[in-house]
Design a protein around this ligand. Structure first.
Ligand code: URA
Length: 297
């Protein structure tokens, strides 16, 4: 029986006895099912971000701030660590998903299957990421209202068996507002997020290795247009895949990304390592504040 209540659940496959969650390095078998349920059954918040280091920092920070006991050397990664780092801290599963939509998609599928097998209920997915701000300065946290693709449509298209399938990218509005209300002094805005397939030309940068087929003026006009007319406040590489998946699965999803720079002012990320650590901490703190409130602590 599915407890997580996946809307478009793949019953035909998920009800079989065995499944190899290959990229997580975990397996469902009749013998191991109980162990998975013990480890993951209490998960309520899946917090995902690109970098393995940030997944660990977030897990350790959540443990400290929410008063969840952890072992002396800090939290330990579960499964194999070749493709991602995954930690469980009380009701939080913190996992890295790599850069871009293809690797994110793999972890969305495998984590959702894992939670389904573990009998989880009432789970929320929150992506905690980094982004290029549009009209917002480095360090500002942007909570996504609508995820839109690189053509400014609120959809995500995947090619399957040679055919395009397009899915809506609507996110959970109340969850976004609850996260906004948890910003507690951290500069936070709500706005649309453009999800692209690329960091350089896909985001209109002019500092890649290849001569871009657009001018400085084209770049500036486009960024100003998406800010003024499409309400875009940041650009990253995962939002549309994430939103389309959560939407299809019927799982409440939210995206909380810090801006590393203001793209209306430049292309290069020039913040110092200390500033970057502080920026990433801003987004994590908003999410931890939300979880604390949500748990009633
Ligand atoms: N991540 C992105 O995808 N774009 C940026 O500009 C910064 C971080």
């Amino acid at each position: 029986m599915s407890m997580i209540k996946i809307e478009a659940r793949n019953n035909e496959f998920l009800d079989s006895d065995e499944d190899s969650l290959y990229h997580l390095g975990l397996k469902k078998t009749p013998q191991r099912l109980h162990q998975l349920q013990e480890m993951f059954g209490g998960v309520k918040y899946v917090c995902m971000g690109g970098s393995p280091e940030r997944a660990m920092t977030f897990g350790n920070k959540a443990a400290v701030e929410l008063g969840i006991p952890k072992s002396e050397g800090g939290i330990q990664a579960i499964g194999k660590t070749e493709r991602c780092h995954m930690f469980v801290v009380g009701p939080i599963l913190s996992i890295s998903h790599g850069m871009g939509m293809p690797s994110l998609s793999i972890f969305l599928h495998e984590v959702t299957k894992l939670l389904d097998y573990s009998g989880c209920t009432d789970v929320k997915f929150i992506r905690i990421g980094t982004s290029g701000g549009v009209g917002v300065e480095g360090g500002t946290v942007v909570i996504t209202e609508n995820a839109i693709n690189a053509k400014l449509e609120p959809t995500h298209t995947k090619t399957m068996l040679g055919e395009d399938h397009t899915f809506p990218t609507q996110l959970n509005g109340p969850l976004a507002l609850d996260l906004l209300a948890a910003s507690e002094g951290i500069e936070t805005v709500i706005g649309n997020t453009m999800g692209t397939d690329d960091f350089y030309e896909g985001q209109g940068r002019r500092d890649g290795a290849l001569k871009p087929p657009y001018s400085i003026q084209d770049r500036m006009e486009f960024l100003q247009k998406i800010h003024d007319q499409a309400g875009v406040r940041n650009i990253e590489m995962e939002s549309t895949e994430f939103a389309a998946f959560c939407n299809r699965a019927g799982i409440p999803g939210a995206i909380v990304c810090v801006a590393l720079l203001n793209r209306l002012k430049g292309d290069q990320v020039e913040a110092s390592p200390e500033q970057l650590t502080q920026y990433s901490d801003n987004a994590q703190t908003v999410v931890i504040n939300f979880i604390r409130k949500h748990l009633g602590r």
